[in-house]
Design a protein around this ligand. Structure first.
Ligand SMILES: Nc1nc2c(c(=O)[nH]1)N[C@H]1C(S)=C(S)[C@@H](COP(=O)(O)O)O[C@H]1N2
Ligand SMILES: [Mo]
Length: 453
């Protein structure tokens, strides 16, 4: 029986992880009700992950081993109704062929963690998130026009050329992160693109302070919320329906870090990232950072456009039963993103030469509106932790790069776990909690598999 289990274990983890977990941890047969790895289960797990497991006594039940956790497969679409098995890679001009497609209508692609190894994420590696159709590239960017209206003393229109000449520019390195980043960690699965940790990147953004432009318009005291509009067509092609229209509290719009930008990493903002002009609200769910910006309306109440209501970009006020329908009145708007860290080197599944006794690790950590206070790593399934060295951010809302090194007592299969803690004492959990219907705020610690020998 052990042999049969060994052969099929990887497949079983792929098809039915709960059953696989019950089999290796012995709960299925009732042999081992406490659920630890021993006997046939340990042999089967070792065969499946490809080596002996030095810290097997700490290996927790209920987690898919990092070596067997696959990259997510693309969501079914009209073109491919059955979700294909395994990752689908992106084929898009200027983009790295290792980005993983999470959906093709609209186009959504995430960045595997090991591609986020640069302090500044190159454009080619930056994730893509669309809700509607991608507009045609604009050939006269300086003539691109957008409007400021609503609860302001002087509504006006401005071209990109005027924006560049009339306001003081600034360049900042900011993390942009999709509100759904980490969604694939929810059990049962939450609706939407199954991001692992790759719905984030950190780029140099050049533009002006949104506050400076709003000051020209003169926001009335009744103006308490923004509403953003853009040029991308709704997926249906219906021009009367906005694709996505989110907004923020006026205080966030007035924050000196909130920007209208036209360049990314020193290049004109690429069309796929919202060029010629987009908003950037660092630290908050990426959906507020409207691409292809055409208008900002200042409102006297919270915005109610597509993406603002019901369960969209909202987390629970009181915890709800995972998988249940939920009550819109129990939801609050997701603003600041939660603390997160990733290992960017080595990559998941790295193989190190036999005899390797130490591995150098590096990665990134960020925490929405908060500051990263600590990053810790573990190679023994969280039994012991060691602090990583964190480099200071270039500016607020930049991510923080970290380095660490871990001792590996013998050859075999290891998992490296990383967790970050923010300035308010929030720390990444072992397992994604606070289930909500559309899966926001999932920030369980990142894990990678490393095989020595
Ligand atoms: N006009 C418009 N702006 C948009 C979106 C969109 O679909 N349309 N998607 C938003 C979401 S959900 C995210 S996470 C970011 C993604 O930006 P990126 O594609 O440049 O990475 O853009 C935001 N701005
Ligand atoms: Mo997003």
């Amino acid at each position: 029986m052990a042999e049969k289990i060994e052969r099929s274990m990887s497949e079983l983890y792929a098809d039915d992880p709960e059953r696989a977990d019950a089999v290796v941890f012995g709960r299925e047969t009732g042999v081992n009700r406490r659920g630890f790895l021993g006997g046939a289960g340990l042999a089967a797990m070792g065969a499946a992950v490809g080596g002996t497991i030095p810290f097997s006594q700490n290996m927790p039940a209920g987690l898919i081993p990092a070596a067997l956790a696959q990259a997510p497969s693309a969501a079914p679409s009209a073109a491919a109704p059955a979700a294909p098995k395994g990752p689908q890679y992106l084929n898009f001009p200027g983009k790295d062929a290792k980005l993983v497609v999470l959906g093709d209508k609209p186009l959504v692609a995430e960045t595997p963690a090991e591609l986020l190894d640069d302090a500044t994420t190159p454009i080619g590696k930056f994730y893509i998130r669309n809700n509607g159709q991608i507009p045609e590239e604009n050939k006269t960017p300086d003539k691109w026009e957008f409007a400021i209206d609503g609860e302001v003393n002087k509504p006006f229109k401005l071209t990109l050329g005027e924006l560049k000449s009339k306001y003081k520019p600034q360049t900042m390195r900011f993390v942009l992160e999709c509100g759904g980043n980490g969604r694939s960690g929810f059990t049962p699965p939450a609706r939407g693109n199954q991001w692992t940790n790759g719905g984030a990147g950190c780029a140099e953004w050049t533009g002006v302070r949104l506050a400076d432009v709003l000051k020209t318009a003169g926001v009335k005291s009744s103006g308490i919320y923004t509403a953003h509009y853009a040029a991308d067509l709704h997926l249906s092609g219906d021009a009367s329906k906005p694709t996505l229209s989110r907004g923020v509290r006026i205080a966030k719009a007035m924050d000196p870090n909130s920007m209208i930008v036209w360049a990314m990493n020193g290049e004109p903002l690429p069309n796929i990232h919202g060029g010629p002009v987009r908003l950037i609200y660092p630290g908050w769910a990426g959906s507020a950072s409207q691409k292809w910006l055409t208008k900002i309306t200042i409102r006297d109440k919270e915005h109610d456009g597509p993406g603002m209501t019901e369960f969209s970009y909202r987390t629970t006020i009181k915890p709800m039963i995972p998988g249940s329908k939920g009550d819109p009145k129990n939801m609050k708007i997701l603003e600041s993103m939660p603390v997160r860290s990733i290992i960017t080197n080595p990559g998941n599944g790295a193989k190190l030469a036999a005899g390797t006794r130490e591995v150098a690790l590096r990665g990134a950590a960020w925490a929405g509106d908060n500051i990263v206070e600590a990053v810790d790593i573990s190679v023994d399934y969280g039994s012991s932790w060691k602090p990583a060295k964190i480099t200071p951010p270039k500016n607020r809302y930049d991510w923080q790069r970290w380095t660490a090194s871990a001792k590996l007592p013998s050859d075999g299969y290891y998992e490296v776990w990383v967790r970050a803690t923010d300035s308010r004492g929030n720390r990444q959990p072992h397992i994604t909690g606070n289930w909500n219907p559309q899966g926001y705020g999932g920030n369980a610690m990142h894990r990678i598999a490393v095989l020595v020998g």
